[in-house]
Design a protein around this ligand. Structure first.
Ligand SMILES: [Zn+2]
Ligand SMILES: [Zn+2]
Length: 768
């Protein structure tokens, strides 16, 4: 009996066909296997149903490390003559589905790398079907060598033999290379010398090394050398943001950070992300690595070059993105010599071009689960699987927001979320946005039938949306920011396209509201098509507009003013640092501005509330260098507060029936506590707990009123572990089911998914 097996998932470019070939040969089953536009098609010419079952079981047991089977359909077909098992070449016309993420060096390649008898001994570009660069080197489909930056390196005879032998680990490994035919390494300006020796020398002397990685350049230095770390900070003009660290193995990491449950698996995974881990007590690494933080971001070496570089190091190395503060990471050799000149003492280059910038991914473990803060290398562009009710939707493109931008292609149940692209205010990031968009449309042979973007009228992403909608003659959906956040959770947690409304808690910096106001602390009633505001944080003016986002003290001033507490607080606590600071500001003019509403738009932002509390505690009160900096410092402080801390009170009042959470009652308490010398950790903690508890109370009331049992949590503020864990536990204790992100960032990096899901659902319901 002849059978066809249709297999979908991550099955191309991962060594799937050779595994099929091995299994079929071992079971003595003739037939063939091919890649096509839907995945892999296996035909077995003469197999009983039992043999087909055995074949599938064996295949699943021996699945290559980077493969993932999403679905299998087995059906009978007409007999076809065949007496052996073949791998059939792909048809060039069929779009392949198999663009997989870049993957960390696999154990087999690693042992060859350090085996003096191997022909790739100490070769910095060793890879195989189970590991190596992918998304970072692809230019076009189909995914074969000619369409990657490996096209410049014709395979030597031995590499070519591996490439065409189905029994070899390097069968169809597009970036396959060896010292005879592949890329090479050198130090800029010293081409004739040993590059690794020069690099080690630079690091040992406390210098700054620029090195070309998989998806971009890094700047590295000895993390145990405070002088080197300070120099790097000054040259990079990155004053507060934590530096990522790379250690040669987990034992080195464990000396400096606590490996929470699940951390080792994440670090060791093929994605090899940066994992944020609590510092061990008395950690002897310089505080300058992460000035405001009790956590350190660690990753393990993920390229052969990293392994060679880290091998002699018992201390971690700083491995931070190769850029000036706020700029996108460099990817080109000429670019790095131009832009990073003056930053690095030694520049380690190679001649395998990085076609697509792919930053390191960042993961934080919250409530026992790794959750991405930045989703890029190792994760993108592997599709996320949505609920089966998305099967029939029209191809939908979501363009994300202007901060932490990503784009998302919805194709049936597959949501293809791009790697983190960054802040579209930077012209280079906008170029990367356009390039990535073109690449993804081509890689996935995608023609959008509907385009979705943010409602914000001044967003660059919304401008792109308008242009693309025109280009594809597709309708444009402008999606409310916080609705998109909530829909992103609903989509990734597998809710059906017509799932009844859930309560959404969306807490972030700023998003354009449904009423054209500036929102950021929202409780919504939302399904995939609609959302309605049920409750929110109090709207407080942002004195000075955009300046309030960078100067935390302005947000404290606005709250004290709004609640009529300003004069009293200034008089009562003249000795407090923050009071002294406020007195030095032009308070008369500022109060006039606030009273008359001049350049002081009101916002329900949760981020600005955190800034206000941080300012009161003298944390970055004057100025921050990036959004969320003061809030993150406040969280780190709160994590050190006593577990016995009682929450601060919040007020809940009604504004035309709608509950509004106000911080009014907490300020007198907070200033009293400050004045009597209560530890800042306890104060920060009391604020976190109070905010969480008042959100839980309002959510529970709304859930009851609307008969809803599920609560979706999203928005950048929910990357705050203390707040997130308190909220989640509190909601669960109320009998509510808390839905939270696991695969997609809670910050604006996830909203392209939410936008696309909303637009697709509206179109499916005839609301296009
Ligand atoms: Zn490998
Ligand atoms: Zn070779």
């Amino acid at each position: 009996m002849a059978h066809a097996l249709r297999i979908r998932g991550l099955v191309q470019g991962v060594g799937f066909r050779p595994t099929v070939w091995c299994v079929a040969n071992e079971l003595g089953l003739p037939g063939d296997v091919r890649n096509d536009g839907e995945g892999v098609l296996v035909r077995l010419a003469n197999a009983s149903p039992e043999q087909v079952e055995t074949f599938m079981r064996e295949l699943r047991d021996r699945l290559p490390p980077l493969a993932r089977i999403d679905s299998t359909e087995i059906y009978r077909i007409g007999d076809f003559g065949c007496d052996r098992f073949d791998i059939v070449a792909s048809e060039r016309s069929a779009p392949l589905t198999g663009i997989i993420p870049d993957a960390a060096t696999c154990p087999a390649c690693l042992s060859e790398l350090f085996d003096p008898g191997d022909r790739r001994y100490r070769y910095p570009f060793i890879n195989c079907t189970h590991c190596g660069p992918r998304l970072s080197i692809i230019r076009a489909i189909p995914y074969d060598r000619a369409n990657t930056s490996m096209a410049a390196f014709p395979l030597c005879e031995r590499c070519a033999a591996e490439y065409s032998d189905p029994a070899d680990r390097r069968y169809h490994a597009q970036p396959n290379a060896c010292p005879a035919c592949g890329p090479r390494l050198w130090v800029a300006g010293r081409e004739k010398e040993d590059p690794l020796a020069l690099a080690q020398d630079c690091l040992r002397r406390g210098g700054i090394l620029a090195l070309k990685g998989i998806g971009g350049f890094h700047l590295a230095c000895d993390a145990g050398n405070p002088e080197a770390v300070r120099t790097l900070r000054q040259r990079k003009r990155r004053f507060a943001k934590p530096f990522a660290l790379m250690a040669r193995d987990e034992a080195v990491i464990a000396r400096h950070a606590v490996l929470q449950p699940g951390a080792a698996e994440l670090l060791r995974s093929a994605a090899a992300p940066i994992v944020l881990l609590p510092r061990v007590p008395h950690c002897d690494l310089p505080q300058e690595l992460a000035p405001d933080s009790a956590e350190l971001g660690f990753m393990l070496p993920y390229s052969p070059l990293h392994h060679l570089l880290l091998a002699p190091w018992t201390a971690p190395l700083v491995m931070t993105s190769g850029n000036l503060s706020d700029e996108p990471q460099c990817t080109g050799n000429d670019e790095v010599l131009e832009r990073l000149a003056g930053l690095a003492d030694t520049v380690l280059l190679h001649d395998r071009e990085i076609v697509n910038r792919v930053d390191d991914s960042v993961v934080r473990i919250m409530a026992g689960q790794g959750r991405p803060l930045r989703r890029a290398r190792g994760y993108a562009p592997a599709p996320l699987r949505l609920h089966r009710s998305f099967e029939q939707i029209a191809p939908t493109l979501g363009l994300g927001g202007d901060l932490k931008n990503t784009i998302c292609l919805l194709r049936g149940r597959d949501a293809i979320l791009s790697q983190h692209l960054g802040d579209l205010a930077d012209a280079r990031t906008r170029d990367a946005f356009e390039q990535t968009l073109q690449l993804y449309l081509e890689l996935f042979a995608f023609k959008p039938a509907v385009v979705a973007c943010d409602r914000h009228p001044r967003y660059h992403s919304a401008g792109f949306g308008q242009r693309l909608a025109q280009e594809f003659s597709a309708p444009l959906h402008r999606v409310q920011h916080h609705h998109a956040h909530i829909a992103a959770v609903m989509a990734e947690r597998g809710l059906a396209i017509d799932h009844p409304a859930v309560i959404g808690i969306a807490l972030d910096g700023l998003g354009y509201g449904a009423d054209d106001g500036l929102w950021g602390g929202e409780i919504l009633l939302a399904d995939f098509r609609h959302s309605r505001r049920l409750a929110h944080l109090e709207a407080v003016p942002l004195p000075g507009g955009d300046r309030a986002a960078l100067e935390p003290w302005r947000n404290l001033l606005a709250r004290l003013w709004q609640h009529g507490l300003l004069q009293n607080t200034l008089q009562k606590h003249p000795d407090l640092a923050i009071v002294d600071y406020l007195r030095q500001q032009p308070l008369g003019m500022l109060q006039q501005m606030l009273t008359r509403g001049i350049n002081s738009p009101a916002s329900s932002s949760t981020g600005r509330l955190f800034d206000a509390v941080a300012a009161a505690l003298d944390l970055h009160k004057e100025r921050i260098h990036q959004e969320g900096q003061a809030a993150m410092a406040l969280e780190q402080l709160a994590l050190q507060g006593s577990p016995e801390t009682e929450p601060y009170p919040f007020a809940i009042y009604r504004q035309s029936e709608m509950p509004v959470l106000a911080s009014e009652p907490l300020w007198p308490r907070l200033f009293e506590d400050l004045a009597r010398g209560r530890t800042p950790g306890d104060i920060a903690r009391a604020f976190h707990l109070g905010l969480a508890d008042s959100l839980i109370a309002v959510t529970a009331e709304m859930a009851e009123r609307h008969g809803v049992g599920q609560v979706a949590l999203s928005g950048g503020v929910l990357q705050n572990r203390l707040l997130f864990e308190r909220l989640r536990a509190g909601l669960t204790a109320m009998g509510l089911q808390a839905l939270a992100h696991r695969d997609v960032p809670a910050n604006d990096g996830g909203i392209s998914l939410g936008q696309a899901a909303i637009a697709a659902a509206r179109l499916a319901a005839g609301e296009g």
